[in-house]
Design a protein around this ligand. Structure first.
Ligand code: XMP
Length: 271
């Protein structure tokens, strides 16, 4: 696989796992916030303006966050090896880690290729969906992530209202034959597969609590859904979340830097 110059230069850092690198970054920068660099739909012809806006927000907000999370909001209009790679490089230059929220969800062969492209573009971690299972599902991307010393974060309970229809359903545990909540099964898989984190919506603090009981400090919980979706930072952290994923509350604010600074100040980091 091709490794670009930047990745070669950074390889020494990769002696640490993604889980350790983000923990260290969060401690050094005294922030638990992961910036979701999301913007409203724009005509693809305006992509130069979109890239400029994303760069401006990243520049303004970077002192107050430990990582940036990018998803289809930017990969579709800007291209992974084009505008998005510029943003990933820029995030690295500012000392931030870059997470791709692509919710990998296909057969293993396709998952592996998706992961190779995103890691090649410089992403430090990807988000994947454990619904596809291990064999010929997520195993191939855990293998790639292990080889390249990158991270994999799994969904456990999403932040939107319909989450209960999938993540909240009761399943029959294949091993015991007993009923089990789907998200409990995913939390156990995250432990067994040695994932770098799980995503649990801040909109469901009771689920954060239950999942934290299973994962303890072994697998950190990333919690989106603060502000725009109705979740509260303090409640999520108290329930056991380790990182808060925050998008529109910051990116659409009149003053993103001031908003991020105030959010960081209002969150009791490390407590
Ligand atoms: P807002 O603007 O609501 O953005 O702060 C949240 C960001 O996080 C993503 N998101 C999720 N990602 N699991 C995920 O992996 C979730 O349950 C989830 N909920 C929201 C969303 O796409 C946006 O980028």
């Amino acid at each position: 696989m091709l490794i670009n110059k930047r990745q070669e230069n950074e390889r020494e850092d990769y002696a640490l796992s993604f889980k350790q690198r983000i923990e260290e970054n969060s401690r050094n920068r005294k922030t638990d916030i992961v910036l979701a660099l999301d913007f409203p739909y724009q005509n693809p012809e305006s992509r130069a303006a979109l890239l400029k806006k994303a760069q401006e927000v990243l520049e303004a907000v970077h002192p107050y966050v430990c990582a940036v999370k990018i998803n289809h909001h930017l990969t579709l209009p800007l291209g992974v090896f084009d505008g998005v790679q510029t943003l990933v490089n820029s995030a690295h230059d500012k000392g931030l880690l870059a997470i791709m929220d692509c919710k990998v969800n296909d057969i293993g062969n396709t998952n592996q290729i998706i992961a190779e492209y995103y890691y090649q573009a410089g992403f430090d971690a990807l988000i994947a969906n454990p619904f596809v299972g291990w064999e010929e599902g997520l195993k191939p991307i855990f293998d790639v992530a292990g080889k390249l010393k990158r991270g994999l974060i799994l969904l456990a309970y999403m932040s939107h209202k319909g989450a209960a229809e999938g993540y909240g359903q009761t399943i029959i545990d294949a091993k015991t034959g007993k009923p089990l909540a789907q998200y409990v099964s995913f939390a156990r898989k995250a432990l067994a597969w040695n994932a770098d984190g799980v995503v649990v919506g801040a909109t469901y603090p009771e689920k954060i609590g239950e999942i934290h009981e299973i994962l303890k400090e072994s697998v950190p919980i990333y919690s989106p859904g603060i502000g725009a979706q109705g979740g509260a930072a303090e409640t999520a952290l108290k329930a056991g979340a380790r990182y808060l994923i925050i998008g529109r509350e910051i990116t659409l604010a009149q003053n993103p830097a001031e908003t991020a600074k105030n959010l960081r100040a209002s969150i009791k980091h490390g407590e």
